[in-house]
Design a protein around this ligand. Structure first.
Ligand code: FMN
Length: 163
């Protein structure tokens, strides 16, 4: 699939078969994330790939449907780095696209993660001075959702706003 086709195909997938994911595919997904752009090329990210079903069970308090994910990737950021939220967001987006390119479903799970950040940091052994930006479940999709998107005409302006 070419890059534009992957971008068009990507959706947040929350229904998985429960199948496991080969280690090399998970490495490919994280490898893509580490190549994302970052302010001053700071690359203030680290990634924890979680495949242990016991740990996945503990993390699923954030979203029940995560229990069928083949893996969950925790995105760990250094908040001392000036653009850590933007940098982490670029890494997550790249990860979602890489997962899509490999045929996996994935989802950015931040809203349900941040309120449990301290609990999850403790579970995953993340140092106090780091932040857990989000969890990204990855799985073999049961179905591929559709999602209403704004049309190009609604969001594009040429030369000046309103034109
Ligand atoms: C910053 C951010 C936080 C998100 N947090 C959650 C979340 O906590 N739970 C969830 O199910 N989806 C979450 N999502 C996924 C969005 O719901 C999803 O991207 C949006 O509905 C558009 O659908 P699409 O990804 O299929 O295009 C999050 C997405 C972003 C960018």
């Amino acid at each position: 699939m070419d890059a534009l086709a992957v971008i068009c195909k990507r959706r947040s997938v929350r229904d998985y078969t429960g199948e496991s994911i080969p280690r090399e595919d998970l490495e490919t997904i994280v490898d893509a994330a580490r190549l994302a752009p970052s302010g001053h090329n700071n690359q203030p990210w680290e990634f924890i790939v979680i495949t242990d079903p016991t740990m996945i069970q503990q993390l699923k308090v954030a979203a029940q449907w995560m229990e069928k994910a083949g893996a969950i990737i925790a995105v760990v950021m250094d908040p001392e780095s000036r653009w850590w939220v933007e940098d982490g967001s670029a890494a997550v987006t790249t990860m979602l696209l890489a997962a899509t390119a490999l045929g996996y479903g994935s989802c950015w799970l931040e809203g349900n993660t941040l309120s449990r950040e301290e609990k999850f940091k403790s579970l995953l052994g993340i140092p106090d001075d780091k932040r857990l930006l989000t969890l990204v479940p990855v799985g073999v999709p049961l179905r591929w959702p559709t999602k209403e998107k704004k049309s190009l005409a609604e969001v594009i302006h040429w030369e000046r706003y309103g034109q």
